[in-house]
Design a protein around this ligand. Structure first.
Ligand SMILES: Nc1ncnc2c1ncn2[C@@H]1O[C@H](COP(=O)(O)OP(=O)(O)OP(=O)(O)O)[C@@H](O)[C@H]1O
Ligand SMILES: [Mg+2]
Length: 386
């Protein structure tokens, strides 16, 4: 019989030992806490698999975003992670326990290590905030004295000590979600699954909840799997991201890399609100796939890290006598690191365009010709220099 050893130190001890500067996350980052191997889920054989051969590891202390269109299988994936849904095939390990192979009491015990928060906070309206937080401890049979000590520490962690005796109807959406987070952390989980936990909140409250999650992640090394359709949430706090499409992983990697160089049209379209990879349709419709005597190349330059601050447009003018017409551009910050995408018509580039691309590459920039524009065909293009 498998013995379910608790891997996490008691939350109160962790908090007492931690400070925002000391990160357990940093020291244990390489160890996977979640391992999914060839996971498939079929609900109805007529409609095909909802999850199709998913393999993924999540490092301990990581914040891992999962994005995808509605119906892509995101919620099914997290339900498989906490054993609420049984896979049709494949294996799932969380903190060394094979969730997909456990049943009954063993599964219930293993689940205590995997907490979950939802879009609709599902607090009990008849219980105060403190009593809602105490509920999982009561169900797990924790001693009354321990509960009495632990609940105030949890309320303090989420900044709601003063709302202990309030009922859910007396709390704002953001406060309800904080109580949901405190309740989720009551049994000292190593993993927190968040299924659209900020989707019902306004942008300012979303930001506060994300700050709280990031703070908890840093202070106690909690691994967070974050399902969201809000790219800004991923941009702000996820270190890794996986893109799901029709039950399959189509991209997965460090958030910055996926945001800077998305490979799939789905990821590009998700990112369009954050990174200017794609041109507005009015402009892209005017691009030709091949050069003619009457066209200029359209160049997309991706700036990352330190290269984001290079005076590239001036260099193109001076070195290559190009007259850049800027079509589209934006610089943003992904996890604090700059990422810029600039698309321009390289007027007067002539035939030696390979040397322009090599020059960009020597600066650590990624240059790509994405089409060809007929001279004077693109309205609104802005001449940057001449
Ligand atoms: N219990 C179930 N029985 C049968 N089909 C289901 C069940 N749960 C989900 N599905 C189907 O599985 C597919 C994936 O659903 P899932 O809820 O995982 O998607 P999602 O990516 O979370 O979508 P959303 O962004 O809308 O929440 C959908 O086609 C859905 O109809
Ligand atoms: Mg869902």
């Amino acid at each position: 019989m498998t013995v379910l050893a608790r891997t996490s130190t008691d939350l109160t001890t962790k908090l007492a030992l931690s400070s925002p500067a000391s990160t357990e996350a940093e020291t244990t980052a390489a160890r996977p806490v979640i391992e999914i191997r060839s996971l498939s889920k079929v609900y109805d054989p007529k409609s095909g698999p909802v999850l199709d051969d998913i393999s993924l590891s999540v490092a301990s202390g990581s914040i891992h975003g999962i994005i995808g269109r509605s119906g892509a299988g995101k919620s099914t994936l997290v339900r498989c992670l906490n054993g609420l849904v049984s896979p049709s095939s494949g294996r799932i390990f969380v903190s060394g326990h094979e969730i997909s192979a456990l049943k009954g009491l063993q599964l219930r015990k293993a689940r205590q290590n995997i907490a979950m928060i939802f879009q609709h906070f599902s607090l009990l309206s008849s219980r105060t905030a403190a009593a809602n937080v105490a509920l999982p401890l009561e169900i797990a049979g924790v001693a009354k004295e321990t509960i009495r000590q632990k609940v105030p520490a949890l309320l303090d962690l989420v900044g709601l000590s003063d709302k202990a005796e309030s009922y859910p109807s007396e709390l704002s959406g953001g406060q309800k979600q904080r109580i949901g987070i405190a309740r989720a952390l009551a049994l000292d989980p190593s993993v927190l699954l968040s299924d659209e936990a900020t989707s019902a909140l306004d942008p300012e409250t979303t930001e506060q909840i994300l700050d709280l999650l990031k703070d908890i992640n840093r202070r106690i090394g909690l691994t967070i799997v974050l399902i969201t359709h809000e790219m800004d949430v991923v941009r702000q706090i996820a270190d890794h991201v996986t893109v799901l499409e029709r039950g399959r992983i189509i991209e997965s990697g460090a958030t910055f890399d996926v945001f800077a160089f998305p490979k799939s049209p789905t990821a590009r379209s998700f990112l369009s609100s954050i990174v200017a990879h794609d041109l507005p349709p009015e402009v892209s419709a005017l691009l030709l796939p091949a050069a003619t005597g009457n066209t200029d190349p359209v160049l997309r330059i991706t700036f990352t890290g330190a290269s984001a601050h290079q005076p590239v447009v001036a260099d193109l003018v001076q070195r290559f006598h190009i007259r850049p017409n800027i079509l589209h551009g934006r610089i943003d910050y992904i996890g604090g690191a700059p990422l810029g995408v600039l698309t321009l018509v390289a007027e007067g580039a002539g035939s030696g365009f390979e040397s322009v691309l090599s020059y960009l590459s020597s600066l650590g920039l990624h240059g790509e010709v994405i089409g060809h524009a007929v001279r004077s065909a693109i309205p609104g293009a802005h001449r940057a220099a001449s």
